[in-house]
Design a protein around this ligand. Structure first.
Ligand code: COI
Length: 353
């Protein structure tokens, strides 16, 4: 499908303070749009970033038939831009689409739209190491209809925003409070999909954690409230001595791509990497007896986010010495170097444009 291009006449780039980027606050000059109607994706276009018009009965507003991806593009000294793992994101958005009854997007259309947009707005990719252009592909129902059923029409859009470190520079450690009676996802639910509604459901427990002075929620499973699933909007890893452990994908956990990068690198570096159930008691005990050397969250936005403190019920433990551990730091540095072209991309994770 050909992509129509309509350029802005003047750029907003001059208004951007690249030394003080706030996550998701300013958006680049253009956006990509394709519409689904009459059973097919059509009218693919890159147009100036603009507001949307929709009827009050737009189905997404009522029933949240909406999914998204989080991706990043990185500046390389050669002048090229690395779009990180676009094929994997194209695949994952379609896994989410299946679960939410949204029509699949041809991976070619996904990539063509993405590459056209990043190419037009390539000056928006921050040049400082560690900074990046956050890319947000999303798909949502557009029928004007209040009966509950899958929509017949949809929009697929991609917008981008230049960003710096999500939790601040220098890998600051975050604190977690376990989710208590609340859960992020249940067995058979939508936890594995990157569905907008999952994020809405996470807000109230997050508010409770933040009222108690914690940065993020440590999500436990929906059945026994005992097994660790995720933290905040991230996958989670625990390093017990030389074993790196992350909860296994059981349908309620997002198949994170940073999670996959971390497992791949850690295996190459000689760690035993296990995907298995992680009881919260093992984490709390490990922190107390010193076998839990470090813990960290992984996600596109935050990349690697060390965990310094965990509260579960009435108990609070410090992980390691409460700061970023050696593996967290090594992973962060390695991923950054691969993305910015400082070392060879042996896994073919970067699509260069
Ligand atoms: C990401 O890491 O890209 C996410 O989806 C988190 C987002 C809520 C900022």
């Amino acid at each position: 499908m050909a992509i129509r291009i309509e350029k802005r006449t003047t750029s907003k780039l001059g208004d951007v303070d690249f030394d003080n980027l706030v996550f998701g606050k300013i958006f680049s000059d253009h956006m990509f749009i394709a519409d689904y109607r009459d059973g097919a994706w059509q009218d693919a276009r890159v147009v100036p970033y603009q507001n949307l018009q929709m009827p009050p009965a737009n189905m997404t507003l009522h029933y949240a038939q909406s999914i998204f991806e989080g991706m990043k593009a990185y500046y390389q000294k050669s002048g090229k831009v690395c779009i990180f793992r676009p094929d994997d994101h194209a695949q994952r958005i379609n896994e989410s689409a299946d679960r939410m009854c949204i029509p699949r997007i041809d991976p070619d259309l996904f990539k063509k739209g993405l590459f056209a947009l990043i190419d037009i707005d390539r000056e928006w990719v921050p040049k400082k190491e560690g900074d990046s252009l956050y890319i947000r592909p999303f798909v949502f129902a557009t029928d004007e209809h209040l009966g509950l059923r899958p929509s017949h029409t949809y929009s697929f859009m991609i917008i981008t925003t230049p960003v710096s470190a999500y939790y601040g520079k220098g890998l600051p450690a975050i604190s977690l409070m376990s989710s208590g009676e609340y859960v992020r996802a249940g067995e058979g639910g939508t936890g594995e999909a990157k569905a907008a509604g999952n994020y809405a459901a996470s807000l109230y427990p997050l508010e409770l954690a933040q009222k108690e002075g914690y940065d993020q929620t440590l999500w436990l499973d929906g059945k026994e409230h005992r097994y660790v699933e995720e933290c905040g909007t991230m996958n989670i890893f625990f390093r017990f001595n030389d074993e790196l452990v992350t909860p296994d994908l059981d349908g309620s956990i997002l198949r994170g791509l940073t999670r996959d990068c971390v497992m791949t690198l850690a295996k190459e570096w000689g760690y035993t990497v296990s995907e298995r159930k992680v009881p919260i008691e093992e984490v709390m005990e490990g922190a107390k007896n010193g076998t839990l050397k470090e813990a960290f969250g992984t996600g596109t936005a935050a990349i690697i986010s060390p965990v310094g403190k965990i509260r579960h019920d009435a108990e609070v433990v410090t992980v390691g010495d409460g700061a970023a551990g050696e593996l967290s730091q090594r992973l962060f540095a390695e991923l950054s170097a691969i993305r910015h072209g400082g070392i060879e991309d042996t896994h073919n994770w970067c699509a260069l444009i």
